[in-house]
Design a protein around this ligand. Sequence first.
Ligand SMILES: [Zn+2]
Ligand SMILES: [Zn+2]
Ligand SMILES: [Zn+2]
Ligand SMILES: [Zn+2]
Ligand SMILES: [Zn+2]
Ligand SMILES: [Zn+2]
Ligand SMILES: [Zn+2]
Length: 1758
Amino acid sequence: MAADLEAEVQAIDKSLLECSAEEIAVKWLQANDLQKEVYQHLAYYVPKIYCRGPNPAPQREDMLAQHVLLGPMEWYLCGEDPAFGFPKLEQANKPSHLCGRVFKVGEPTYSCRDCAVDPTCVLCMECFLGSIHREHRYRMTTSGGGGFCDCGDTEAWKEGPYCQKHELNTSETAEEEDPLVQLPEDMVARAYNIFAITFKYAVDILTWEKENELPGLEMIEKSDTYYCMLFNDEVHTYEQVIYTLQKAVNCTQKEAIGFATTVDRDGRRSVRYGDFQYCDQAKSVIVRNTSRQTKPLKVQVMHSSIVAHQSFGLKLLTWLGSVIGYSDGLRRILCQVGLQEGPEGENSSLVDKLMLYDSKLWKGARNVYHQLFMSSLLMDLKYKKLFAIRFARNYERLQSDFMKDDHDREFSIADLSIQIFTVPSLARMLITEENLMTTIIKTFMDHLRHRDIQGRFQFERYTALQAFKFRRVQSLILDLKYVLISKPTEWSDDLRHKFLEGFDAFLELLKCMQGMDPITRQVGQHIEMEPEWEAAFTLQMKLTLVISMMQDWCALDEKVLIEAYKKCLTVLMQCHSGFTDGEQPIVLSMCGHSVETIRYCVSQEKVSIHLPVSRLLAGLHVLLSKTEVAYKFPELLPLSELSPPMLIEHPLRCLVLCAQVHAGMWRRNGFSLVNQIYYYHNVKCRREMFDKDIIMLQTGVSMMDPNHFLMIMLSRFELYQIFSTPDYGKRFSTENTNKDVVQQNNTLIEEMLYLIIMIVGERFSPGIGQVNATDEIKREIIHQLSIRPMAHSELVKALPEDENRETGMESVIEEVACFKKPGLTGRGLYELKPECARNFNLYFYHFSRAEQSKAEEAQRKLKRQNREDTALPPPALPPFCPLFASLINILQSDVMLCIMGTILQWAVEHNGYAWSESMLQRVLHLLGMALQEEKQHLENLSEENVVTFTFTQKISKPGDAPSNSPSILAMLETLQNAPHLEVHKDMIRWILKTFNTIKKLRESSSTSPVAETEGTIMEESSRDKDKAERKRKAEIARLRREKIMAQMSEMQRHFINENKELFQQTLEELDTSTSGVLFFECSSPVISDAKLTALGPEQTRVAEHRQVVMCILCQEEQEVKVDSRAMVLAAFIQRSTVLSKNRNKIIPDPEKYDPLFMHPDLSCGTHTGSCGHIMHAHCWQRYFDAVQAKEQRRQQRLRVHTSYDVENGEFLCPLCECLSNTVIPLLPPPRVLFNRLDIAGQPNLAQWIKTTSQQIKALYLLRDEDCASKSEEISGNSEKMDQLQLPEGFRPDFKPKNPYSESIKEMLTTFGTATYKVGLKVHPNEEDPRVPIMCWGSCAYTIQTIERILADEDKPLFGHLPCRQDDCLTSLTRFAAAHWTVSSLSAVQGHFCTLLASLVPNEKNGDVPCILDIDMFHLLVSLVLSFPAIHCQDFSGVSLGTGDLHLFHLVTMAHIIQILLTSSTEDNGMDQEDTNSEEEVAVLTLYKFLCQCTGSALKEISSGWHLWRNLKAGIMPFLRCSALFFHYLNGVPAPSEIQVNGTNQFEHLCSYLSLPNNLTCLFQENSEILNTLIESWCSNNEVKRYLEGKRDAISYARESNKLIDLPDDYSCLINQASNFSCPKSGGDKSRAPTLCLVCGTMLCSQSYCCQTELEGEDVGACTAHTYTCGSGVGIFLRVRECQVLFLAGKTKGCFYPPPYLDDYGETDQGLRRGNPLHLCKERFKKIQKLWQQHSITEEIGHAQEANQTLVGIDWQHL
Ligand SMILES: [Zn+2]
Ligand SMILES: [Zn+2]
Ligand SMILES: [Zn+2]
Ligand SMILES: [Zn+2]
Ligand SMILES: [Zn+2]
Ligand SMILES: [Zn+2]
Ligand SMILES: [Zn+2]
């Protein structure tokens, strides 16, 4: 069947290919009815090309469509071969000066903070790089797709609208020339014809709704072929769709994923092809399966020809888009065709039809036509305007469609508003001509129909659908913002009129919000359900900027401002109507003043936080003051209509509510209220909420008698009784009052005083005080930095942003702060300049409570450091603007003085709870403010002015009769000496001092001289007393500190647990400073001047040291001895590819893999690390069992996982919580145990090799015999025994006794098995003969990694290792050397034999790798460590050291040959010195011998100088590793020369290792045996193949692996990533491009398309990659997020700060701020070091322990 279909398709292709485009075009040119001709053509051919089978075949379809369908159209259009026609058009066209590049998803876009008219103006990368903005403060983001480059749009940029490339195109453009002029007339006509027909065809077919017929096209042959088409929605998840499809259409999961991915991307995909019934059946299954919870997935059964025509329709639209790219003239024609009204009148143009059908189209179709609109209508200046009008007229309809649509806004035509409304000229035109503002606001209101009886918005009991709609409708606010974003410079009457009309609509909107979500205090029981509050606040938050912008517009035109003010006032009065209904007013009177007010209690009646109308009026009122409209046109303003008590009423209630919440009176109303109060003050809302309420109160005070104001305020705070009743305070001492109520009242008094401080002191908004906008920002920054130094982003967050996302910070920050650069961690910080501290106001109104107390503490500390007194007096303030000037009198009003006097009186009486210190502190602050005010008045006194502010006089007078209270001044003087007010003394003293200064000022301005006042004398005497008191206090403080310190050390352990990171740091410091703590007795080596030799018979003897260590778990000390209980180090074993030179190599079958020889590409090693903490083996065992038991319980109960994998034997070090998976036993130097004999006259190399070969031979024979005897084949046995001549002293039957204690033996097995298990990724099996090999390998590999780190950092070999690494290597080496005692002797002997056979061939081991394929250091370690297994049976008197030495020399020589064979560089660019030293001559001779052995296949090299240097460089890492190895093995201290960096390192190393300085001497000394050996090595087949160039080999020295190079500019990476498409879904842009920092591969992470199966589990691309690239460990850069990702295994991962910083020294994870980012090399090095040190897994462990949420992430899906 499938084959038939294929054949059919082939056949059709042929007939189609015979079509001639030219002939068809000619036919069309002669046709009378062109449309009919074209339609017939399409009706016939389209179904033959498209939709011929179940799956689309885009390439074939495209090819055929071009040939048969589009070709003729192009011929027709051009009137000639389009291959000539189009280039001609292009040439004649003047290139556009608009860029218009449409952004792909993830493409970087740039905006200029200095020049962009609004943040939506962006440039593509190419334009940006060629623009002046490169040098400006730019902002970088990644596009979400859609939108285009604004380069060349003069309206988008204040400066530099063109990049270099587009600038060129502007020079010759004659202004506004009609582009049609450039086209030949006949072509214009043809273009009209063909565009009209094709555009109409496409629109008709795309908007066609019938499933079985076609518009105007006859179906030639109606076959029974249908598609079951599945459509995208945003309701169902990927998983649901995949699951459903598998059921409905019987496909595999993979196919289902494919379908789902396409549906998600294109919006629809056919999931079944066949006859109608077959498709309909699938449809019903899908619908049935998905209709249970939500609305069902949309599925449609469509006839194949309809689908075919729709496919071609889309193709046509794309084609039109590309054709108009050739010529501006064609573009204009297409625009004209598109906007031409059809016969049906209004909304009948093709463009209208598409727009209005938008929400019914699938995603892919929308994308195509949106793009066409962008490249046509929006690129033509004339038609952009016409289109904008069409868009605005349809606005309401389009938005309503969008509300019902379930696609995201980016896929909706409604989203084009950003392209249209942000163009200032268009926006203005649409406002005046289309009344756009009103339309938007009305549409918005229309969609929020849910109201309460007063007509206010109501969000309570919102259904899910309404909530969904509410989310969508918010985008309209965004549109309103776009329209308002650029403010008019000139106002026409029309604009005024339409703006005010919009303003009316806006007021209607605000009116619906005024008083919404009212709340009543809950008494008795707690509220049952938290009320909905978020919707109202969301609305407020979204509108905040719009409200501010409305005010900005009003400020620009006096007429508009006056009108707006009037309108706003009227609406406010409407809101307030009925506000005093029914209640009798009450009269308040105090201090001889009385006022009428309504009876209202916040704590008993309804109150609302939402008062946008009042607040808008407050804002406008300030503008009246700021723009001086109030003074210029007072007669036009309804100022007399204002009723101040009415204005302040609601804002005051709101502020009282906050105070009462703070006093705990609203606890039963739950968290929703707390949240609302939080947002009310929050930076996102406060500008149009809290701030404006304060302004409204300021407005009120300035317009009324302050005594009246204060009495009303007292009444609203429910404190009137307290202050109007004399001696209220005294009652507490006698009566048994409710403490809670007293406490509550105290808090309310504090809050009220705070409010008064704010009303008087907050005058930094232009219009209230005589300040400008920068003063306001400066003050905000000063107060933020008073809390502590802050990073740039923290400051930005704390400041309100305007519509351009600017805070204005940049312009002032330099004046108030100094920038401190970041170190290796942390970020750059701004620090307050010291001189700015005097502007600090403790009662700054934007401080939260916590911030206030932190700031107070910080500022007092600063003062103490500067040895100043610690008073924090109010700062000097700017004067008020005239409209607010009378406000100041509140401070000297009678009621105020009465309140202050009363509180001071309470403080003097100091009885019970009737007062609080914060109350007093606030009164003192208020007194200070009043004095500052008076002082400033006096200082600025000019002749005419009379000072009406006489605060000093008023506070000097005693209180009114009958109470006869003392004057405020007198009370202050009393308080100055009160013992209970120590903290406030400095402030009281400051007040008294200021009082005296003012007095002097007054006296100097009047004439009478006056003597010193009493005050100063008192001040003096009290100062002495003060000193004594302070001393006493200091002593007490010291004692207390000591006690705390003692407690601290007790808590240390606890503390360590809670402060891991800190502790980690200290550990590292300790590591370097106290190296040797562990093995403390070996800290001073006894051997001093003698030459130190690490191995061989000449090895320096080291005195044995007693080693005593302490268990971190039981704190007991114990000596490390062979026969004592085992002590262990916590250790972590991991596979590693850090040194790999071949990342593609994978072990195919670990069960069968033979690890005996390590390949020199080091593709996968086993690394062991340790934190260096020691435990008893049994203590550890108990701890580990407990951890395991606990985890099992926890997992059963909570199903949560830990950061470590208990099932895999992982645990955290009990002290430092370092991730570990096993323990290494501590051992005494193991060699000493077996080095029984040490006699002079040791064999030389040749003799030794001979003896050893004999021993090996004997062993083989014995083993064969063994096998034979077991299989009972006795015959010939004796014969073999005869052959066997046992070498002298060799006793193969000898079984050595294991010297270690049981407990140590157990640990040897434990660690060995763990190394085997992790290293090979197999199940543990302690019997496996590969166990010892893995142990030696891990020892060798770990030493190699450490040697590399030291070399890369240019550190000397010894003396610079942190203690923990030193301990780890000691234990690891000793362990590896001792492990053979617990494994099978014959197995280890066998390994030795095979290993040695690679250098000294024998008949038995023919199958060993050639020397090019062996890592010589691994070979050395394995040989030396397996050798004791043979040597223990050798009683001939040869020392173990001799064997070591010969083995070492042998391997070294093999390595030299290896290096010489692979040495590729004859000329390494170094200048040759003409020395011909002994070494050079010798190495040249050796090389020549090699040439002979290889049959002259070796390259000829004549320079001994080069060879010798090459050899030295190549062998150095090997020698350094060997020195480390023998040092740890034999414990010989390193000579001091190699503990420091210096010259002659090579010579010192050779001497330490018992090697001649001239390495080639080794060959000369042993020439007899070596010549044969070299010959045998060179004769190996692989060596031959290498020399013939048939294979590769590693050459030496191997270079260290580094992480990849990263570009300096982060945008390069973004650009690179945006060009990266998912490798699995044909050219699709990847959503989460992620870069492997180890190998540089770009991956498509976190996406279904690139999931693969790994060990039976689906994993993401990153996890899969780590298995090949990093042996399970990976370091990635998530490019879109600018975040480093660490992965280890399938379950572990964490994010890590990226090495990219902005100019403020901060990272930008998530790229939210968009500041330019540059590579910080030091930080990148730090990441590299983590990798080289194998600390990635450990880092993840620490991160996960610190942040438990990381544990829950499905890292394997990344
Ligand atoms: Zn551009
Ligand atoms: Zn450009
Ligand atoms: Zn700029
Ligand atoms: Zn212990
Ligand atoms: Zn530890
Ligand atoms: Zn990689
Ligand atoms: Zn992918």
